[in-house]
Design a protein around this ligand. Structure first.
Ligand code: HMG
Ligand code: MG
Length: 327
């Protein structure tokens, strides 16, 4: 399943690439949600605080979902209570229904995320209902978010391919995106949950979504299972998308998308964007330290080429310095 849409030979028209990109760091949520070992809230707080220090102003802190479905996200309220909030920071949480919304509100989330799917099969597996039922459940969440002045974000999962259904039509991605736009979503994330999309396909889907809801409303959420995420982000930049989700050290996966690995690593995205002269406001060195730190603390292997390369360089520099000092 290399590509789930038929792509025209002619790539869609390119626009000017943005000069600034906003990254939402999803490591504390998407990165850790799939971990089987219990990760203490204190450690999650330490991660959020380090990410904040590295300049992350938009952080997905956790999920208010059923603890039976995603046990690792139980205790998200404690992470909200323990973390330091940076001025101008936006701290979000996933809320699949009103129960989740009430918990997010009580915890002091600035933004709530409703998460639907472009395939019926994934919707059933992830949130136990059809697409239509999920949208009906999201309506009151959207209204409540607006009434309380919270930012409202949506995710359209499996937009480039579904682990259960296979191909996903562009039409269903557009239909769900339109419904989210009608609900007043401030941002709609188009997600490659299982990381199967390739660059021309991504350009086509993102350009079509942008024509429908506006490029500035969209964000790209790429898991890197097939190693295509960086190329797919470049494809998005080419059609004017300037919001992306990424996960420190490439942590993560979705418990309800078998075989899906982590999101594209924040370190890799920042390195790419710095190379393209696009600013992010993030400090790459501090991100690398944070990625290595959380992996040491949890025993998870970092899935970041840039992070690992820069950490190795730093280790050999430090070793050379120590040797010189002892000489
Ligand atoms: P359900 O079993 O159909 O729900 O689950 P229910 O309404 O029948 O309730 C069952 C139990 O869950 C009840 O408790 C409810 O109170 C409780 P019981 O009476 O049995 O003790 N419950 C809740 N508890 C806490 N918070 C809540 C909540 N809602 C119900 N909000 C439900 C439906 C949506 C709740 C469930 O399927 C669920 O929680 N799913 C979430 C699965 C998940 O976390 N998936 C990963 C996140 S999505 C993702 O990773 C994709 C993304 O990254 C983009 C991409 O990559 O594609 C965003
Ligand atoms: Mg995801």
């Amino acid at each position: 399943m290399a590509s789930s849409h038929s792509v025209s030979a002619q790539a869609p028209h390119r626009t000017t690439r943005p000069t600034e990109v906003i990254i939402t760091e999803v490591g504390p949520r998407d990165g850790l949600q799939n971990e089987k070992q219990f990760i203490a809230s204190d450690l999650k707080v330490g991660l959020v605080d380090r990410l904040s220090k590295a300049g992350c102003l938009s952080i997905e802190v956790g999920s208010f979902v059923s603890p039976k479905w995603t046990p690792q996200m139980a205790g998200t309220d404690a992470v909200f209570a323990g973390m330091k909030r940076m001025p101008g920071g936006r701290y979000s949480a996933l809320t699949p229904n009103m129960k989740g919304f009430e918990a997010a509100l009580a915890a002091g989330a600035d933004e709530v995320v409703i998460f639907g799917a472009a395939s019926e099969a994934f919707s059933q597996r992830n949130i136990n209902c059809s697409i239509a039922e999920s949208l009906a459940r999201f309506e009151p969440v959207a209204l409540a978010a607006k009434a309380h002045g919270l930012r409202l974000r949506a995710a359209v999962s499996v937009a480039f391919g579904c682990p259960y259904q296979g191909e996903v039509s562009l039409q269903s991605v557009l239909e769900v995106s339109q419904r989210f736009a009608d609900m007043g979503c401030d941002e709609i994330g188009i997600a490659d949950t299982i990381g199967v999309g390739t660059a021309d396909q991504v350009r086509e889907v993102m350009a079509a979504c942008a024509s429908l809801v506006g490029a500035d409303t969209l964000s790209g959420h790429f898991h890197d299972t097939y190693g295509q995420a960086i190329a797919n982000i470049v494809a998005c930049l080419d059609v004017g998308i300037r919001r992306f989700d990424s996960s420190i050290a490439g942590l993560g996966g979705c418990p309800y998308a078998k075989g899906a690995t982590g999101n594209v690593a924040t370190e890799d995205v920042v390195y790419l964007l710095e190379g393209l002269g696009i600013s992010t406001g993030l400090d790459l060195d501090q991100l690398v330290d944070t990625g290595q730190w959380i992996c040491e603390q949890t025993g998870i292997r970092p899935q970041t080429r840039v992070g690992n390369a820069l950490a190795a360089k730093k280790r050999s520099r430090d070793a050379a310095k120590a040797e010189a000092a002892n000489a």
